[in-house]
Design a protein around this ligand. Structure first.
Ligand code: HEC
Length: 494
C-alpha cells in the first residue's frame, strides 16, 4: 500500500485524505448535533461552489492545466461555469456539463461529451475529478475544466452541498404557485396602498396570461417590521425570492433569498441580490458627467460630502465610477461642522470652483447653498426632500422615469420602481423555465440584457454586474428654482 501511494501524485494523496476524512465524518454523524454540523458543511460548500471561497474564508486556488498558472477560485467558481444549479450552462464557447449529483451518479455510463463516455461517479471519484482532472473512467477532463486545490475540509463541504443541491424544492414554489415576498420600507407607508394595488394588478395580468409555466404568481406583502421581527410572512420558508422597495436591514432577509431591490444603496451587497438602479451613486455620477459636458474639461468640480465612513465610501465609489467612464476629477470638501469659521472655509473652497456637487445633505446644506453663487449647483434628487432656494443655477438628478409634479413636490416614483423590480423578477422566472429554483432564478437574472422594466432606462445584468442601470435624468433649474424646467437630459454610465 505505501508503495502504491508513492506512485501517486501529491494532489491525489491530498484527495485521498479528504475522502477518508469524509467517511469518518459520515460514519459518526448519527445525532441531531451532527445534522446541524451537516447543515453548516453544506452552507460552506455552497459558498465554495458559488463564490470560490473555502473554509478558511480565503479564495481557493484553481489551476488551468494548459498554462499551469494558479488563479483565485473566486474568479472561477463552479457556479460560474456549471450554473448555480449545477446543470451546466454554455459560457464563452465552452459547454460545461451537468454536474448535479443526480446526473453524476446515474447508475449507468453516460455520454459526457462527444468522444467521452464515463461511468457513474461516487464521492471519491468526484473529488478526484475536481482536484486532478481525471474523470470516473480514468480519462483526462478537457482543459476548460480547471483543477482545484482543495483542503480535505473544503472537499467535504463541497460534497455535502453537492449531495443536497437539487434534491429539495426551494421554498415558495408549488405545482400551482410561485410566491414572491414584497418588502416595503416604512418610510413609504403612505404609498403602500398604491404599491399594493399596482402590484396586484400586475400579478393578475401575469396570471390571466397563463402565469409562469402554468404557475400563478403571488405577491406576499410584509413591512420591514414584521420582516425583522417574529411573525414574518416573508420568512424565507414561504417565498422563493423577494422584492425590496426601500432600505432594509441586511439581517432582515435570510441570505438564501434572491433579492431584487429598487436601488443598490438600499441594501447591503450580497451575491444573490440584484438592483434596478445604482440610486444615489448613479445620480452623483450623472451630475458630474453632465457638469463636465456643460463647463468643459478644465472646469473645477468640488464634491461636498459628509465626514463619516458612509460619506467617504460614497466618494471612493464615485471616483471609481467617474474613472471608468472618463469623467472629471474633483476636490472633496467635507460638510463643515457647525462653527462659522468652518462654514466660511467651506464656502471659500467651494467658491474657487466652477461647480459644486452635494454628495451629502443635512440641515447645514441650505444655508451653505445660499452663499455658493456663482458656482453651478448639482443636487441628487434622492438626497433632498424639496427643491431648495438657491441664488444660482441648479442641475437636479432623478432616477429616470420619475414624474415631476410641481416645484415643491419632488417625484415619488416608489410605486413604479417596486413594479419595475417585480417585472424583473417575473422576467427572471420566465427565463428560468419550468424547473425554477432560487439558484436558477439568479442565473437567469444574470442573462437579462437591455430589458424594459417599464420605468425609465432599460436594465442589463451579468455575472459580475448586478446593478441594472447607473445614471439619472437631469433637470435644469434657473436661480431660485425658477418654475421653468429648461430641459431634461438622460445620462447613462457604465
Ligand atoms: C472555467 C469553467 C469551469 C469551472 C470554473 C469549473 N468547471 Fe467543472 N467542468 C468544466 C468543463 C468544460 C467540463 C467538461 C470537461 C470535459 O468534458 O472534458 C467540466 C467537467 C467537470 C466534471 C466532470 C463531469 C463529468 O461528467 O465527467 C466535474 C465533476 C466538475 N467539472 C466539477 C466542477 C466543480 C466542483 C467545480 C468547482 C470547484 C468546477 N467543476 C469548476 C468547466 C468548469
Amino acid at each position: 500500500m505505501p508503495g502504491m501511494m508513492r506512485r501517486k501524485p501529491a494532489v491525489s494523496r491530498l484527495w485521498l485524505g479528504g475522502a477518508f476524512h469524509l467517511v469518518v465524518t459520515l460514519a459518526t454523524c448519527l445525532t441531531v448535533s451532527c445534522a446541524l454540523a451537516d447543515d453548516e458543511a453544506a452552507a460552506r460548500g455552497r459558498r465554495l461552489f458559488e463564490t470560490g471561497v473555502g473554509r478558511d474564508g480565503q479564495s481557493i486556488v484553481a489551476v488551468f492545466t494548459d498554462s499551469g498558472t494558479p488563479v483565485p477560485g473566486k474568479l472561477l467558481s463552479c457556479a460560474g461555469c456549471h450554473g448555480r444549479d449545477a446543470t451546466g450552462r454554455p459560457v464563452k464557447g465552452i459547454d460545461p456539463p451537468n454536474i448535479s449529483w443526480q446526473n453524476l451518479t446515474k447508475p449507468y455510463a453516460l455520454q459526457a461529451r462527444a468522444g467521452r463516455s464515463r461511468l457513474p461517479y461516487d464521492e471519491a471519484l468526484f473529488l478526484r475529478a475536481v482536484v486532478t482532472g481525471i474523470d470516473s473512467s480514468n480519462q483526462k477532463l478537457g482543459t476548460a475544466m480547471p483543477r482545484f486545490r482543495l483542503t480535505p475540509g473544503d472537499g467535504a463541504d463541497l460534497l455535502a452541498y453537492m449531495r443536497e443541491l437539487g434534491t429539495t424544492t426551494d421554498p415558495g414554489i408549488t405545482a400551482q404557485e410561485i410566491t414572491i415576498g414584497i418588502a416595503l420600507s416604512p418610510r413609504t407607508s403612505e404609498l403602500d396602498a398604491d404599491v399594493r394595488t399596482a402590484l396586484n394588478l400586475y400579478g393578475e395580468e401575469v396570471n390571466r396570461g397563463g402565469g409562469i409555466f402554468g404557475r400563478r404568481i403571488v405577491f406576499a406583502f410584509e413591512d420591514d417590521h414584521a420582516l425583522s421581527g417574529q411573525s414574518g410572512a416573508l420568512h424565507d420558508k414561504n417565498i422563493l425570492a423577494a422584492v425590496v422597495g426601500g432600505a432594509v436591514a441586511p439581517t432582515a432577509l435570510s441570505d438564501d433569498i434572491p433579492l431584487v431591490a429598487v436601488r443598490s444603496d438600499a441594501i447591503s451587497r450580497r451575491p444573490n441580490a440584484f438592483y434596478v438602479s445604482a440610486g444615489l451613486l448613479g445620480e452623483l455620477g450623472a451630475l458630474a458627467m453632465q457638469a463636465a459636458r456643460e463647463l468643459g474639461a478644465t472646469a473645477r468640480l468640488t464634491v461636498l460630502h459628509t465626514d463619516d465612513d458612509a460619506g467617504r465610501q460614497l466618494l471612493a465609489d464615485l471616483r471609481g465610477l467617474l474613472l471608468r467612464n472618463g469623467g472629471p476629477t474633483f476636490d472633496a470638501v467635507p460638510l463643515a461642522d457647525r462653527s462659522d469659521a468652518a462654514a466660511d472655509e467651506t464656502v471659500r473652497r467651494v467658491r474657487a470652483s466652477d461647480a459644486v456637487l452635494f454628495a451629502g445633505w443635512d440641515q447645514r446644506a441650505p444655508g451653505l447653498l445660499a452663499r455658493l453663487d456663482p458656482a453651478l449647483v448639482l443636487l441628487p434628487g434622492s438626497l433632498i426632500d424639496a427643491l431648495p432656494d438657491a441664488p444660482t443655477r441648479m442641475l437636479v438628478a432623478y432616477q429616470p422615469g420619475a414624474f415631476f409634479v410641481q416645484r415643491d413636490t419632488l417625484p415619488k416614483p416608489v410605486q413604479r420602481t417596486v413594479l419595475a423590480a417585480a417585472r424583473l423578477v417575473v422576467e427572471g422566472l420566465r427565463r428560468a423555465g419550468r424547473d425554477v429554483s432560487r439558484a436558477r432564478l439568479v442565473d437567469s437574472l444574470e442573462t437579462i440584457q437591455r430589458f424594459d422594466v417599464g420605468y425609465g432606462a432599460p436594465v442589463s445584468y451579468g455575472p459580475q454586474q448586478h446593478v441594472g442601470f447607473t445614471g439619472a435624468q437631469i433637470l435644469y433649474f434657473d436661480a431660485h428654482g425658477g418654475q421653468a424646467v429648461q430641459r431634461a437630459v438622460n445620462v447613462e454610465l457604465d
